[in-house]
Design a protein around this ligand. Structure first.
Ligand code: UD1
Ligand code: CA
Length: 462
């Protein structure tokens, strides 16, 4: 990219990017516009915009039509131009709507539904425009549906749309990916010459290639290296196929960095996953937003981690959910643990099955091993929270805090009615309902005394 910027600088050239995104995407059978459909949780068009931004263009125009406002609202930046194409009369007509905004010397045309374009290859394409057109092509064994690159004496002279092909042209396997870079001044002149006298009664952008040939302007091509980078999405099954291909590429990247994936075809990364050394990830795990796994972390099967950090040598047992939390090192979490937003765990903490934490800080060496709800709490170190302990943090109107100081032992099936504080080293007898602060180092319990009714008889069936 640096080289490319250097070339443009030397030539004193600037770049405009136009992204075509006005189509509805009828075959998606969805209320959501096609370019907003998610690939790894991120809308398709965001991939295209990110690649465009990485080229440092002078301006970016996104041509919108169907559900224009919902596409626009996805972006906070006002740096984009939003030409509106009210009726979808073809790719040439779409580009015509963008021409008032094009200020760069070269215009790069991208599609909002082709997400995995490679910025390095786009650089290459733009760099070889030379005052004319540079077309990204691909050799497709089954080219049906695509525009064909027609050559005379090996020189490109036209792109013919599938529906307009002669039977000879239909055999051509070199296809137009739709991505091209064009000299902006020439483009503006050629667009004025477009007509819609073709099979689809559309203004084809691809007809500018014919004009360029007539005007003896240079037409070059760049063959994309990898099909996934030029693949567009038209249906849910294509979306699913691209999702798998994309996930596999992310999995391969992780494995190249030394991560052990028990099955690379059974991992889903929907955001950024950063892994230290010797991380092991078992099957069926989902990672969302930004997840950081420290050295030696082991995430076992079917766990869902979102926006969290897990520090060194912690083990996440199967079926655990962790959301917006920080987990210290050498912890053991799960199976079936749920860490909700705002949970911060120090080192050597154990959180067992069916334990739910929310907005809770837990000190070193503390154990909450079974069936508990701990919310809006601050727990010290070396505390043992018995099975079935519940912080009653919500009075129906407001949330209140529970504080448990270090070295406390909370007996099983205890309810802590917040706000309440348990002093350091205290012991709570099992089955207690604690409504008042508990002193340090003493046994506190609230229970009716046990009695035996000697003349009681078990009822019998009549
Ligand atoms: C286009 C190319 C074809 C190429 C193929 C690659 C033309 C005439 N044909 O065909 O050579 O092989 O892409 O996939 O350019 N769009 C608008 N407004 C419109 C029409 C389209 O914004 O009026 C947008 C769509 O939302 C889409 C993109 O342009 O993102 C391509 O449109 P599409 O209808 O899929 O083009 P194809 O007919 O497949
Ligand atoms: Ca298409």
């Amino acid at each position: 990219m640096l080289l490319f910027l250097f070339i443009l600088k030397v030539k004193n050239m600037t770049l405009s990017v136009v992204i075509l995104a006005a189509g509805k995407g009828t075959r998606m059978c969805s209320e959501l516009p096609k370019v907003l459909q998610p690939l790894a949780k991120k809308p398709l068009i965001k991939y295209v915009v990110d690649s465009a931004l990485s080229l440092n263009p002078n301006d970016i125009s996104i041509v919108i039509g169907y559900r224009a406002e919902s596409i626009k609202s996805l972006f906070s930046q006002s740096i984009f131009n939003w030409p509106l194409q009210k009726e979808q009369l073809g790719t040439g007509h779409a580009l015509l709507q963008a021409t008032p905004y094009i200020q760069g010397d070269i215009t790069l045309i991208l599609y909002g539904d082709v997400p995995l374009i490679d910025a390095k290859e786009l650089n290459q394409l733009v760099g070889q425009t030379n005052g004319g057109i540079s077309i990204m092509t691909f050799d497709k064994e089954h080219p049906a549906g695509y525009g064909r690159i027609v050559r005379k004496n090996n020189k490109i002279c036209a792109i013919v749309e599938d529906k307009d092909c002669t039977s000879e042209e239909r055999k051509i396997t070199e296809i137009n990916t739709g991505i091209m870079a064009v000299d902006s001044n020439q483009l503006k002149l050629w667009l004025k010459r477009l007509s819609n006298s073709n099979q689809q009664k559309e203004y084809y952008l691809t007809d500018i290639v014919k004009f360029a040939a007539e005007d003896n302007v240079e037409i070059s091509s760049y063959k994309a290296l990898n099909e996934i980078t030029i693949s567009g999405i038209n249906s849910k099954s294509e979306l699913a196929m691209m999702e798998r291909a994309y996930q596999m590429s992310l999995a391969n990247k992780l494995m190249d960095e030394g991560v052990t994936l028990i099955d690379p075809s059974r991992i889903d990364i929907r955001g950024q996953l950063v892994c230290g050394k010797d991380v092991i990830i078992d099957v069926g795990c989902v990672f969302e937003d930004k997840v950081i796994l420290g050295d030696g972390v082991h995430v076992k099967a079917y766990s869902i981690l979102k926006n969290c950090e897990i520090k060194e040598n912690t083990v996440i047992e199967p079926f655990s959910h962790i959301d917006e939390s920080v987990v210290g090192h050498h912890n053991k979490i799960g199976p079936y643990a749920r860490l909700r937003p705002g949970s911060t765990l120090a080192d050597n903490v154990h959180i067992g099955n069916f334990v739910e934490l929310k907005n809770t800080a837990i000190g070193e060496g503390t154990k909450i091993n079974h069936l508990s709800y701990i919310g809006d709490a601050e727990i010290g170190s070396n505390v043992n929270v018995g099975a079935g302990t519940i912080t009653c943090n919500y009075d129906g109107a407001n949330k209140h805090k529970t504080i448990i100081e270090s070295d406390v032992f909370v007996g099983s099936d205890t309810q802590l009615i917040a706000p309440v504080k348990i002093g350091q080293g205290a012991t709570i007898g099992a089955g207690s309902t604690i409504t008042q602060d508990v002193p340090a180092d003493k046994l506190t319990l609230s229970r009716t005394e046990q009695k035996t009714v000697s003349d009681w008889k078990r009822p019998t069936k009549k």
